[in-house]
Design a protein around this ligand. Structure first.
Ligand code: RIB
Length: 298
């Protein structure tokens, strides 16, 4: 039995790094590339596993070359592949990622492929019910996501929703969520509050708590993070790193935060761990491939 179950997508990330992110109509010469595991769910699973955690990953891929990359990457990272559904009809997804190597900022297009056809019937709910924590994002169909959150809540799991990429959510979602972890752009989508500093983050997080979410963590990139449950407030500065690619930093954060919770750490300890892991993940190119190992934390 694994403490954490993740529902999410695998896609092959094709990352291109150069002096800038090209604008429409422009061709630039880049200087580095990486083809590796991506998709928020997959990255979060790798983050947990590389830190020594045991995680179930529920996903759907195609029966193709990128599907083989998925299985190899997961196995290499010691993640069980028995909950990976292989579709004969759909392709494995791909993401095209442009990275500005000077700032680490990126622009991403994700074509999800097989997971768009994922259905409730395909999910092995036993796996969720036997866990302590259910972690998911907004990259698989929303009806399947809501169904799994509901099942997890009925069994008293801790539900973590990383609302990325941001999209309209019915009120039903909020009652099943224990931790809501948007970045500043996603928080603005849900609250309408533009976040420029810590005070804006606080106002935005409070608005989310008033919408019925128990715990809100807004990640603020190089400005750190803000947490509140309506009573307690924690602000933590970002770790000091030389970022070359911020892709997957949010996933490093969510994965390691969940791992901390599953080990019974305090909220502050979980946030500090996640902040460090996210920072380290930005120091190399790629998303899943950039997740740090336990030994790098010491
Ligand atoms: O969070 C980063 C991830 O978002 C990338 O790996 C990309 O595939 C998209 O899903």
């Amino acid at each position: 039995m694994n403490d954490i179950t993740i529902l999410g997508i695998f896609v092959a990330d094709l990352s291109f790094s150069g002096d800038k992110i090209p604008v429409s109509g422009e061709t630039i010469l880049g200087d580095n590339y990486n083809i590796g595991p991506g998709g928020k769910g997959c990255n979060q699973a790798i983050a947990i596993s590389r830190l020594g955690g045991k995680v179930n990953f529920i996903s759907k891929i195609g029966d193709d070359d990128y599907g083989k990359l998925a299985i190899n990457s997961l196995q290499k990272n010691k993640i069980d592949t028995k909950n990976i559904i292989i579709s004969k009809k759909h392709k494995t997804g791909v993401a095209g990622i442009h990275v500005d190597k000077n700032t680490g900022k990126n622009a991403i297009t994700v074509v999800r492929g097989a997971p768009t056809s994922l259905t409730k019937e395909e999910i092995d709910i036993k796996i969720i019910k036997q866990s302590k924590i259910f972690l998911t994002q907004l990259e698989v169909p929303l009806d399947v996501t809501l169904y799994c959150l509901k099942i997890a809540k009925e069994k008293n799991l801790i539900n973590i929703l990383n609302p990325a990429p941001a999209c309209e959510l019915s009120k039903d979602f909020f009652k099943f969520i224990d931790y809501f972890t948007p970045n500043e752009t996603e928080a603005e989508f849900y609250t309408g509050i533009k976040i420029k500093d810590k005070d804006d983050a606080k106002e935005s997080a409070k608005k989310l708590v008033n919408m019925g979410i128990k715990n809100v963590i807004i990640t603020l990139g190089e400005k750190g993070l803000f947490y509140t449950n309506g009573k307690e407030e924690i602000y933590i500065n970002a770790s000091k790193v030389s970022a070359i690619d911020t892709t997957g930093a949010g996933d490093a954060f969510n994965g390691s935060f969940s791992l901390g919770l599953s080990k019974g750490k305090s909220i502050r300890e979980c946030l500090e761990l996640a902040n460090r892991v996210a920072g380290l993940s930005t120091t190399r190119l790629g998303a899943g491939d950039s997740m740090p190992t336990l030994s790098e934390l010491h």
